[in-house]
Design a protein around this ligand. Structure first.
Ligand SMILES: *Cc1c(COP(=O)(O)O)cnc(C)c1O
Length: 214
């Protein structure tokens, strides 16, 4: 299995135009690993999109990292260079920008701001700007392989980076994790139940109950 994962990582990296890719548990896992590998700690600031997956923010805020929202553009709902620049401070350690619904944000412009850019490519595998794949512009990128994402692999995520030192730090963190078949099996089973539920006729009334808000 290790050889298969390594082959997948190499293919993924080549497709996304970066030298390094690490298969991880989820897009969220990739984000946490990137932040840790960048040495971002409590009290540091990260500029985040004012509109993104809500669950991402407590992962960072819970570590004491100060989240500074950058407003989104009314047309693309992505952050802009101007809105990110307005959110920068001397304590800013990184900018997290999402390519919402697969539409790239102004990555080239954001890279010029002089702060490490983390690209959230959960919606955007295969999207490109002037022929260059998103995920290859910033210091590192996160991809999601969840069942409800554009590139679904029944769960999982990928951390991509062009920074060899950052990739090595991530691999060292991954090597320190306990390994076992059961957590992966459990996740697969839960995903299977979730998928079966979402695709069943029971889901519509259930979703109305959970997300309807009256
Ligand atoms: C789904 C998603 C993530 C995280 O992916 P998971 O694999 O579910 O952790 C990150 N950012 C955005 C914008 C997403 O939609």
């Amino acid at each position: 299995a290790a050889a298969e994962v390594a082959a997948f990582e190499d293919e993924f990296a080549a497709a996304m135009g970066v030298p390094h890719a690490c298969a991880v548990a989820s897009g969220r896992d990739a984000l946490c690993l990137i932040v840790a590998a960048l040495g971002i700690v409590a009290g540091d600031e990260i500029v985040v999109p004012a509109y993104t997956l809500g669950e991402l923010l407590p992962l960072l805020g819970g570590r004491g990292i100060v989240l500074v929202p950058a407003d989104v553009d009314g047309d693309s709902y992505n952050v802009s260079v101007a809105s990110v620049r307005a959110a920068l401070s001397p304590r800013t350690r990184a900018v997290l920008a999402v390519h919402l619904l697969g539409a790239p944000c102004d990555v080239a412009g954001l890279c010029q701001l002089g702060v490490p850019l983390i690209e959230d490519c959960a919606h955007a595998p295969g999207a490109s700007v002037a022929g260059r794949p998103v995920g290859s512009f910033g210091v590192a990128a996160l991809f999601s392989l969840e069942a409800n994402k554009a590139l679904a692999a029944f769960g999982g995520g990928v951390l991509a980076t062009r920074d060899a030192a950052l990739a090595a730090r991530v691999r060292a963190m991954l090597a320190g994790r306990p390994r076992g078949e059961w957590p992966a099996m459990k996740k697969m089973l839960l995903k299977w139940v979730e998928e079966a539920l979402v695709r069943s006729p029971m889901y519509a009334p259930l979703a109305r109950l959970m997300f309807g808000g009256g």
